[in-house]
Design a protein around this ligand. Structure first.
Ligand code: PLP
Length: 388
């Protein structure tokens, strides 16, 4: 270990996020028989705890998989080969979602986007109005685009579908928004909400979650894709019985029960307000530095991650590598066409004013020693907000 690697390691990527000590301790519990009564109780309780976080009365299933597995499960259970789906492009993750959809045999109609703003709901409505035969079976919307730090208006997407009087299902990816930003599966009329464990839930990667609305349950009856491992029928049963069709990751379930208890104890409104304040402070630093955020629409800034453009001539990946080496701080990379052009500060999950201040100070010191041209003192701008 070098001297720079001693002390706290700042994991400030937008997932996986820091796992709280209490969750680590819960995951360290001795393993259980996954077919025995204790595990059944643990798993059923964890599934129940998810419902208020998704704000739903519908089942929220737990799948041992990464977030990509949740995309898979959504498609494989609800749709059929050749079905058309409408996917607004907002960044790297919506693009990857298109790819998975095509790989699984769907026909994707992509609404091109600029990676600097959220979903254009007028364009969604236009595309659905043009689909006079009702061939589009679903709209896939990314709530928080983790690559760009841009949030989209999900009630607006719902309204676009309703205004067009179209029967398409609404699938929403909340992988980097749930348990960090306001979200309401039932209230917003979402048919399928997709999430993962490694961001707002403060858990390691490895669990995927799907909140399944009634229309999605109905659509599943006529799907002809092979769901296989992702078949959600036994997983829906498991939300009550705690009995999984394969060996579940018992330790992650212990962690999930603990982390959901922590979120519910803090209170969702407080969780959301904490993230909003941290994000505002982070943006105040960026403004002070004289740098640009990737998000160009004031009302669409993400409260989970801030994506920051570096000045021309600076390679953001080299800057990130220098910051990791010198200050033991990991920042998110620029993804896809943003590679080398941006870095991302994740401020979701187990974060508080001082962890954010550490990250901002690390970025500021790193930019100074790397020779980036910027206005020093962004830490002060963040402190002004955080100390209020
Ligand atoms: N969707 C979004 C918005 C994401 O941020 C990610 C991962 O960061 C994914 C999907 C894919 O999830 P995973 O990497 O867990 O498969």
């Amino acid at each position: 270990m070098t001297s720079n690697q001693m002390g706290y390691y700042f994991l400030q990527v937008p997932g996986p996020t820091v796992v709280p000590e209490q969750v680590m301790a819960a995951m360290g519990m001795p393993l259980l028989d996954h077919r025995g009564p204790k595990f059944a109780q643990l798993a059923a309780q964890a599934a129940q705890n998810l419902k208020p976080i998704f704000k739903t009365k519908q089942p929220v299933i737990i799948i041992p998989a990464s977030g990509t597995g949740a995309w898979h499960a959504a498609i494989n259970n609800c749709l059929s080969k050749g079905d058309k789906v409408l996917i607004p492009e907002v960044g790297m993750f919506s693009t990857l979602w298109c790819k998975i959809a095509r790989d699984l045999g769907l026909e994707v109609i992509e609404i091109p986007g600029d990676w600097r703003s959220g979903i254009d709901t007028d364009k969604v409505e236009e595309a659905l109005n043009a689909d006079t035969n009702g061939e589009i079976k679903a709209v896939f919307a990314t709530h928080n685009e983790t690559s760009t730090g841009v949030t989209s208006d999900i009630p607006g997407v719902r309204a676009a579908i309703d205004n067009a009087k179209h029967g398409a299902l609404l699938f929403v990816d909340t992988i980097s928004s749930l348990a960090a930003m306001n979200y309401d599966h039932d209230g917003w009329g979402v048919d399928l909400t997709i999430c993962g464990s490694q961001k707002g839930f403060m858990l390691p990667p490895g669990l995927a979650f799907l909140a399944i609305g009634e229309k999605a349950l109905e659509a599943a009856k006529s799907s002809n894709l092979i769901a296989g491992y992702f078949n959600w029928d036994p997983l829906i049963d498991a939300t009550d019985t705690g009995l999984y069709p394969y060996t579940p990751p018992v330790s992650l379930f212990y962690g999930l029960k603990k982390s959901t208890e922590m979120l519910l104890e803090e209170g969702l409104d407080n969780v959301i307000a904490r993230h909003a304040k941290l994000a505002k402070a982070c943006r105040a630093s960026v403004t002070h530095w004289g740098l640009e955020t990737q998000c160009q629409v004031e009302s669409q800034h993400s409260n989970a991650v801030t994506t920051i453009r570096v000045p021309d001539g600076v390679n953001a990946d080299e800057l990130r590598a220098a910051i990791l080496k010198d200050f033991n701080l990991s920042l998110g990379a620029g993804l896809g066409k943003l590679q080398g052009k941006v870095f991302r500060i994740g401020h979701l999950g187990y974060q508080n004013p001082l962890t954010l201040m550490g990250a901002i100070a690390g970025v500021e010191m790193g930019m100074y020693s790397f020779g980036v041209s910027f206005n020093k003192g962004g830490t002060g701008a963040a402190m002004d907000i955080l100390s209020k």
